[in-house]
Design a protein around this ligand. Structure first.
Ligand SMILES: [Zn+2]
Length: 277
C-alpha cells in the first residue's frame, strides 16, 4: 500500500477546519471515467470548488492512494449525517467506460476495466484495514458504501461503488469487501518477523534470560549445609579445617548453613593465615 499525502488545502472544506470523531468508513467511486487521481486533486484543490471534498482518492492506473484530507477532518463526501462520522474515500474509475444514464455505463474494454477496478479495490481493502485499526473500528459493522449509506439514511442517493463492480462484471460486494478488510487486519497481525526483528527479538530473549538467572541467584542464595559435592572444590579444604579445629560447628543437626559470600570470606581469611595451619 502506497499513500501519498496530497491535502486539498485550498478546498473550502479543508479551510472550514472542522474535525470529527471517526465512527465509520464510507467507500465511494468517482462516477466518471477518470482513472487519474491527480486530475481530481487539481480540480478540487481550489477555493471555488464548493461541491465536495473527500479524505482520499485511489488511482485507477496505479492503485496509489492520495490522502487529500487529514483522516479526522470533516469531509463533504456522503451528504447527510455521514459527513459528521465517516471518512470518505473515492476509488477512481476506468477510462474505457462510458456513462449512459444515472449509474449505467457501457464498457469498451472489459479486461482493462476489470484490471483497474481490481487495483482500486485491493488498495481500498488495505487502506480500510489500516483505518479500522487506527480508529478501533469493526470492519464488519463500521464500513459502508455510499449506496448503503443512503439505504440507512446517512447519505445522498448514489449507487457507488457497487454499480461499478457490477457494471464491469466483477462479483465484488460490500459484504465481500468487509470480509476482505477483516481478513487483511487479521493476517497483518500474524505477519512473521523480519530477519532484523528476529535478531532483535533473540537478543532480547537472551538478555531477559541472563537477568532471570541473576534474579534467581539473588532470590535463591546457595546455602551449604555440608562439605559435600555441592560445595565448590576451592572451599572444601578451608571448611574442613575449620570444622576439625572446632571453629565451625553448625546448628544442632550439624548443618553449616554457609552462603557463598561467607564461604569466600572464610577462604580469604584462611589464605591470609588467620586460622593457622
Ligand atoms: Zn459517493
Amino acid at each position: 500500500m502506497q499513500i501519498i499525502e496530497s491535502i486539498l488545502t485550498k478546498n473550502p472544506c479543508y479551510t472550514a477546519g472542522r474535525t470529527i470523531t471517526v465512527k465509520g468508513l464510507m467507500l465511494h467511486s468517482v462516477g466518471c471515467p477518470q482513472p487519474n487521481a491527480q486530475v481530481f486533486i487539481q480540480n478540487w484543490n481550489r477555493p471555488d470548488y464548493k461541491n465536495a471534498c473527500v479524505h482520499g482518492f485511489i488511482d485507477g492506473n496505479t492503485g496509489i492512494i492520495y490522502q487529500t484530507l487529514p483522516w479526522n477532518h470533516r469531509g463533504w463526501h456522503g451528504g447527510g449525517s455521514s459527513n459528521n462520522t465517516h471518512i470518505g474515500v473515492e476509488m477512481c474509475e476506468p477510462s474505457c467506460i462510458k456513462y449512459t444514464q444515472g449509474s449505467s455505463f457501457t464498457c469498451s474494454d472489459k479486461a482493462a476495466a476489470q484490471a483497474s477496478v481490481k487495483k482500486t479495490y485491493n488498495a481500498a481493502v488495505e487502506l480500510f484495514a489500516m483505518l479500522c485499526k487506527k480508529y478501533n473500528l469493526n470492519p464488519m459493522k463500521d464500513i459502508v458504501s455510499h449506496r448503503e449509506g443512503h439505504a440507512i439514511g446517512i447519505a445522498t442517493n448514489h449507487g457507488d461503488p457497487e454499480h461499478l463492480w457490477k457494471g464491469v462484471g466483477l462479483n465484488y460486494t460490500m459484504d465481500g469487501f468487509r470480509a476482505d478488510v477483516k481478513y487483511t487486519m487479521e493476517s497483518e497481525d500474524e505477519k512473521p518477523m523480519t530477519t532484523e526483528e528476529r535478531t532483535k527479538f533473540n537478543k532480547l530473549v537472551d538478555a531477559v534470560g541472563t537477568l532471570a538467572e541473576k534474579v534467581d541467584k539473588l532470590e535463591h542464595k546457595m546455602i551449604y549445609a555440608w562439605v559435600d559435592d555441592n560445595m565448590p572444590e576451592w572451599a572444601k579444604p578451608t571448611i574442613t579445617k575449620l570444622i576439625n579445629k572446632g571453629y565451625l560447628k553448625g546448628d544442632e543437626e550439624g548443618k553449616l548453613n554457609i552462603d557463598d559470600n561467607m564461604l569466600r570470606m572464610l577462604v580469604i581469611n584462611d589464605r591470609a593465615g588467620i586460622y593457622g595451619e
